[in-house]
Design a binder for this molecule. Structure first.
Ligand code: FES
Length: 171
């Protein structure tokens, strides 16, 4: 017996083929669409490090540097991680300065005002690196550039810092 009914319309075989193809295409779209979004979306968003992080009230800081630690979420495409950061912050003469404590020589942690021989300087104990009170490297010591600086914003009496400090011009 033939698949065709009275020689008109479509055969059962054609009907089944079209139905299966339609169902298959529908299911494939349902599966592939979220996968495609997952694969492409993070790349379109780029890095998430355009934000700011709150580190305290303006009134909490005075002319003497304070070391503040904070956590930031850094998102780069598909990769997201929480990183611990720190900054030396002071509020002097109405200007807030936030400096990275990472030495520009080989990355050790600098300390504020701990060297008896160099008061009011940032001192790096690894190779006796020195920076002045504004974080500018002292010529003749290993660091070749000033300490990196965080971008500062004051909002509702609170200090917000950029997630990543930026390099400044050399001494
Ligand atoms: S790492 Fe700081 S002086 Fe070398």
């Amino acid at each position: 017996m033939s698949d065709k009914e009275n020689g008109q319309g479509m055969s059962r075989r054609q009907f089944l083929t079209y139905t299966l193809m339609g169902t298959g295409a529908f299911m494939a779209a349902g599966i592939l669409t979220p996968m495609l979004r997952f694969a492409v979306d993070p790349a379109l968003k780029g890095t998430g490090d355009a934000g700011k992080v709150e580190v305290g009230k303006v009134d909490d800081f005075g002319p003497e540097y304070k070391l503040v630690k904070f956590k930031v979420k850094i998102k780069d495409g598909w990769h997201e991680e929480e990183a611990e950061k720190s900054a030396y912050i002071r509020n002097k003469d109405g200007k807030i300065l936030a400096l990275s404590p990472v030495c520009k020589h080989l990355g050790c942690q600098v300390q504020w005002n701990t060297s008896k021989d160099h008061p009011n300087h940032f001192y790096c104990p690894c190779h006796n690196g020195l920076y002045d009170e504004n974080g500018i490297n002292v010529p003749g010591t290993p660091p070749q550039a000033p300490l990196d600086e965080y971008e500062v914003e004051v909002k509702d009496g609170k200090i917000l810092l950029s997630l990543t400090p930026k390099p400044r011009g050399g001494a």
